[in-house]
Design a protein around this ligand. Structure first.
Ligand SMILES: Nc1ncnc2c1ncn2[C@@H]1O[C@H](COP(=O)(O)OP(=O)(O)OP(=O)(O)O)[C@@H](O)[C@H]1O
Ligand SMILES: [Mg+2]
Length: 390
């Protein structure tokens, strides 16, 4: 069981760092029926939105009836959705709360009047409706905002996150040093889920290493980017998806290449590969002519371009793959490239041919390694120095 599930708060008092929101929610629950019928919990990921919806149900002795995007979009006759709720009521004495989780998460709510349907649901039902959203200020959600009480959840401060982590460690009977905990708490940037997940990973390592976590984050970021590109409609946001991915554009291109066939078929596939090849053309020009400006175009083709290869947004889960084979070849080429550039510098310096230097590389490596002044003399870059060290 993941620690985020195991330690998911059950009561209001277990919710940390959201006092203002919790007060507002309590009063919504207390006076329900006199004010607005819906409550929107909004804020950044991992701050307790979904958890709070279940806490409210628990504290008011209610059952959660969860509706997802397609329930609302497809069942145009709301009665189909509402009838089972009404019928169930006679079976138990518990109250009901309708939960619409992550209203802005999946593309689809925004289309085809999904928001309108949700507004109708709020008007018709006699049950409280709880909605969660990351970005409640999207203009398409405006009719929904008018019908609802808005409660904002905040990024949780790192010292509170640290307390939550220490609490969990105590219950698990485990120990991790303070400075590592502080760094994990800061790295989480207000997201308790991220911190608790990191904590669990660290606790399973013999020697807690943040480097491993960072490598994993890099992969999470690229997986998210792939999902946004392949599943969603191309928008201005799509252009920016790689901004938060800490990988070189070359490496990103390999991930795209590897995963296009996982998502696209037929005509879409052909279009996507065509766009990928255009990105590759720009990549070539960047390298050959040092036209760094072209990076912009390479990025556009890879993100917006490939996203627009499909006709309609996609749903469902796709498991994307790490481009291991191609990545190995690429990394190897990168390595050879470094070996070559170092050899060139050395060859020029001692007046031998580059080929000769490449051949003698193991010895040259030792010489360079043993003497810092030679590294300076040859004007090696940081990456080249790192390469010689390993
Ligand atoms: N305020 C909090 N206090 C204590 N634990 C929390 C809090 N917020 C989140 N957590 C922990 O993080 C996990 C995830 O929280 P939750 O699912 O409520 O996040 P969320 O706000 O719904 O995020 P998302 O926007 O990604 O859906 C919880 O199971 C819990 O372990
Ligand atoms: Mg959630």
């Amino acid at each position: 069981m993941t620690w985020t599930e195991k330690y998911r708060p059950k009561k209001f008092e277990d919710i940390k760092g959201q006092d203002l929101a919790v007060d507002k929610i309590k009063s919504f629950a207390k006076y329900f029926g006199t004010g607005k019928k819906a409550l929107i919990l909004h804020g950044p990921p991992g701050t307790g939105k979904t958890t709070l919806a279940f806490v409210i149900a628990h504290e008011t002795n209610s059952e959660i009836f969860e509706l997802n995007a397609s329930d609302i979009r497809n069942k145009i006759k709301l009665h189909d959705v509402l009838r089972p709720v009404m019928e169930q009521q006679s079976l138990s004495k518990k109250g009901k709360i309708i939960l619409v989780d992550e209203v802005d998460g999946i593309s689809g709510y925004y289309d085809k009047g999904g928001v309108q349907e949700l507004v109708r649901l709020i008007e018709l039902t006699s049950y409280p409706v709880i909605i969660t959203a990351n970005d409640v200020w999207h203009k398409k959600l405006s009719p929904l905002r008018k019908k609802s009480e808005l409660v904002q959840l905040k990024e949780v401060s790192y010292n509170i996150i640290k307390d939550v982590m220490i609490n969990i460690l105590r219950k698990e009977g485990q120990f991790i040093d303070q400075s590592t905990l502080t760094r994990v708490a800061i790295k989480a940037k207000g997201d308790i889920r991220a911190a608790v997940n990191d904590l669990q990973t660290l606790s399973q390592m013999g020697e807690p290493s943040l480097a491993v976590l960072e490598e994993r984050d890099k992969e999470t970021d690229i997986f998210n980017a792939l999902r946004i590109i392949f599943k969603g409609k191309p928008t201005n946001e799509t252009l920016k998806v790689f901004d938060s991915v800490k990988m070189s554009i070359d490496e990103i291109l390999l991930w795209m290449e590897e995963n296009i066939p996982a998502e696209y078929q037929g005509e879409e596939l052909a279009r996507a590969y065509d766009l990928l090849s255009k990105a590759d053309v720009f990549k070539g020009r960047i390298y050959k002519q040092q036209y760094w400006r072209f990076l912009v175009y390479e990025n556009i083709f890879l993100s917006y371009g490939i996203s627009s290869a499909k006709k309609t947004p996609k749903t469902g889960f796709t498991s994307y793959k790490k481009p291991t084979r191609i990545l190995k070849i690429w990394l190897n080429n990168q390595r050879t490239a470094k070996k070559k550039s170092i050899s060139q510098k050395y060859a020029k310096y001692v007046h031998v041919g580059t080929k000769r230097a490449m051949h003698d590389f193991p010895i040259i490596k030792q010489i360079i390694n043993s003497n810092l002044s030679i590294q300076k003399e040859l004007k090696l870059t940081d990456e080249e120095i790192e390469y010689v060290r390993n």
